[in-house]
Write a protein of this length. Structure first.
Length: 744
């Protein structure tokens, strides 16, 4: 029975993929298209949970003997690449999280994707082509985004990418779905491609999508190189075959000679190359620059990227491939250490930037970069269970926060349009309106009274992100990472992550106080309405998981609360870790790391209250941090000028090279081609008279003269006398007979 249920894993990516294709035929009916997408994701969610729950209930199939079914599909000489599904404990955990988060985002999207405000300006300017103008006006009448159907087609394909990646049983199949998500991120980040800003320095959606695509391709190319090396050294890309002890030992003992470095284990080199793919996809330093600008896409896309799909895929890849990272204890040679360093540094680095951002979504973007750093640091120190635990919990509360921020933006936009229409009373609406940023927290304030459902669920998500003690899921998952770092003696990692935790609590509650408390700092905030039910209902569902999901991972060594639930998730993941060659056991309760974790969370919240909550900012007030930090705040707000640095060392040289190549093409290549053409024309003109007169005309005239001479001779015998014709014929016969006699 369980095997037949696990066979359903083949079907998990198919409903959303079918929805993607069906929407092409239903795109004229926007509501029908969204219904098709919802049916696809709900069927995918149902299949995911059926398979996941079956795996939880039959650990002997998901842990001891995972379900793996493959078929050959691509010949490679004497063997074949395979395509199949793998259902083990890690697959089950990911399916449980991905299925419900995707469903909540899809439901939310049906309410969020209304007619965007910037399209009003395009309609007013009359700059759209006539047929587009008619489509936009029709969409406005329905209060839906003009590309509503296209949006649901793209997010359906995005969901297919993540679901397929999770159930894939080999790295090549995983990489295919990995790239599907990369394509969808490009399409969805740049979805509002006709949106512009008054500030020419502000990145537009098309450029943000291109930036994300190119930056992640850097990591993907290195990942692909790693997969090629892995195939060359092992002849395997299937996970179960690859993780056999003899294969891992061969990989660890194989040596690659690198320039400057010298001889290095192939396992180390391949692990680092694979990790570069995760650095790009999960936006870790130094390939972190794309993720904040990805906020130019619609908010459900931000939630998809940051919670349910894309960036989670990077952590999932390293967690899945950890046997290779851990092969023959080669981690001491650099691979695991490299993962730890990048993760810990990124966690603190991104947190410092987040404290100086005013865009409500960009704060959360840097928070995601920081939290993913937590997970990679945990993986690097061997805290595999803690990393997966935090990955799942983070997906729930980060999806809640992003969807909540979208609800806030929606409300502020509606409030702005209401206030603008009320102030002008229809007399002056042709006047050029000053640009208003609905994502700037300085334009908010007091929204808890206007948007209570959004506000309270956002506060729950913020508390979970901050690691509010004992209650929230974020506390239990983050505390486990800190405890592992403390217990295993990674002191520098522990204090780095603890500092990041303090900053996380501070910037999260800075965001909450600026957005929901105090008095409205704009007319838009004063008139912001609560969002529709289709947007607030998913927030409430995710808020439950942001609190209660973490209780399933409380270690039994905790006093009082430890034995209430019994740590079922921890025990399940611990048994799974054993199959990955990691020795898991519950940590003894130690009040020191727990106390530091609690102090970091509550201390950050208290500092945020002192600065922003005790005396809320009024309209026109300057951010206190800006006054206190001075030039440091400028550096943080400008993200350490990494965009400018990359423009100087990467983009600018490429543009210079392109301009040089263009000038070389015009000045040298075109000059040579034009010179050859000119020489050909001169040669043709020079030779035309000689060839035409002395060769062509001579041949034609000579042929005519021969014909004329022949005719002149033959004309003599054409006198009309029959007897002369008979004489000539007789002579001809005699000549022929003589010739025959002579020859034979």
């Amino acid at each position: 029975m369980s095997e037949s249920i696990f066979n359903l894993a083949w079907l998990i990516p198919l409903p959303t993929l079918l929805a993607f294709f069906i929407i092409f035929f239903t795109r004229e009916n926007k509501r029908l298209s969204s219904t098709v997408a919802l049916i696809g994701v709900f069927v995918g969610w149902l299949l995911s949970w059926v398979v996941a729950i079956s795996a939880f209930r039959t650990p002997e199939r998901s842990l001891v003997e995972p379900f793996d079914l493959s078929i050959p599909y691509l010949p490679t000489g004497a063997s074949f690449f395979t395509m199949g599904v793998l259902v083990d404990g890690l697959t089950a955990i990911m399916l449980f999280m991905v299925g419900i988060v995707l469903a909540m985002i899809f439901i939310y999207s049906t309410g969020y994707m209304t007619f965007p405000g910037f399209m009003e300006e395009l309609l007013g300017k009359g700059s759209l082509p006539p047929f587009v103008q008619a489509q936009v006006e029709e969409a406005k009448a329905q209060n839906l985004d003009p590309k509503y159907s296209r949006f649901f087609a793209f997010i359906s394909l995005f969901a297919t990418g993540m679901l397929g990646l999770v159930v894939a049983d080999n790295l090549l199949m995983l990489f295919i779905f990995w790239e599907i998500m990369g394509l969808c991120s490009y399409l969805l980040i740049g979805f509002w491609y006709n949106k512009t800003y008054p500030d020419p320095k502000q990145i537009t959606p098309p450029k943000a999508g291109l930036k994300a695509f190119i930056t992640t391709r850097v990591g993907d190319v290195l990942l692909l190189i790693g997969l090629v090396y892995l195939w060359l050294y092992t002849g395997q890309l299937n996970f179960r075959e690859l993780f056999q002890p003899e294969v891992l030992e061969h990989l660890a003992e194989s040596v690659m000679t690198l320039p400057v470095i010298g001889a290095v284990s192939a396992a180390v080199v391949i692990s680092i190359l694979i990790f570069w793919g995760s650095i790009g996809k999960s936006a870790q330093f130094p390939l972190h620059v794309w993720l904040p600008d990805a906020m130019e896409g619609p908010t459900p896309v931000s939630a998809l990227i940051h919670a349910a799909t894309m960036v989670s895929a990077g952590v999932y890849l390293i967690a899945r491939m950890w046997p290779v990272f851990n092969a023959y204890e080669h981690g001491a040679n650099g691979a695991a250490m490299f993962v730890t360093f990048i993760g810990a540094f990124t966690a603190l680095f991104a947190a410092t930037i987040a404290v100086a951002q005013n865009d409500i979504k960009r704060v959360l973007a840097y928070s995601t970069i920081s939290q993913l750093g937590y997970m990679f640091a945990a993986l690097g120190i061997g805290a595999w269970v803690a990393a997966i635990f935090h990955l799942i919990m983070h997906a729930f509360f980060k999806a809640l926060l992003f969807l909540g921020s979208g609800s806030v933006i929606h409300g502020v936009e509606h409030g702005h349009h209401h206030a603008h229409a009320h102030n002008h009373d229809g007399d002056d609406h042709h006047k050029e309106e000053e640009y208003f940023d609905p994502q700037d927290m300085m334009n908010m304030g007091g929204l808890l009274r206007r948007m209570p459902a959004t506000g309270w669920t956002f506060i729950i998500g913020g508390a979970a992100l901050s690691g509010f003690p004992l209650i929230t899921a974020g506390f239990w998952s983050k505390d486990l990472i800190l405890a592992e770092a403390w217990y295993t003696g990674h002191t520098l990692v522990f204090w780095t992550l603890a500092a990041a935790a303090l900053l996380t609590a501070f910037y999260t509650f800075r965001q909450i106080f600026l957005t929901f408390f105090g008095q409205p700092r704009s007319e838009a905030a004063a008139h912001a309405p609560e969002s529709v039910k289709s947007m607030t209902a998913p927030l409430m569902v995710l808020a439950v998981f942001a609190i209660a999901a973490g209780w399933s991972g409380i270690e039994t060594t905790w006093p009082i609360v430890g034995n209430v639930v019994g740590n079922p998730l921890g025990h399940f993941m611990g048994e799974l870790a054993e199959t990955y060659g990691l020795h898991y056991k519950e940590l003894p309760f130690n009040p020191m790391p727990v106390g530091i974790s609690v102090i970091a969370a509550l201390g950050g919240i208290f500092l945020a209250w002192l600065v922003y909550g005790r005396k809320p900012l009024q309209a026109g007030d300057v951010d206190p941090l800006r006054r206190w930090l001075g030039p440091v705040h400028t550096v943080l707000r400008n993200k350490y000028y990494f965009d400018e640095l990359y423009y100087f060392i990467a983009v600018r040289p490429v543009l210079w090279l392109a301009r040089f190549a263009a000038r070389f093409d015009r000045g040298v290549i075109d000059a040579i081609v034009n010179a050859v053409g000119s020489f050909g024309r001169w040669l043709a003109r020079s030779l035309r008279r000689f060839v035409d007169e002395y060769i062509i005309d001579a041949a034609v005239n000579g042929t005519g003269l021969v014909a004329h001479a022949t005719g002149s001779v033959l004309r003599l015998v054409q006198n009309g006398q029959i007897q002369q014709y008979l004489l000539i014929m007789l002579l001809a016969v005699l000549v022929l007979m003589a010739a025959v006699e002579f020859i034979f």
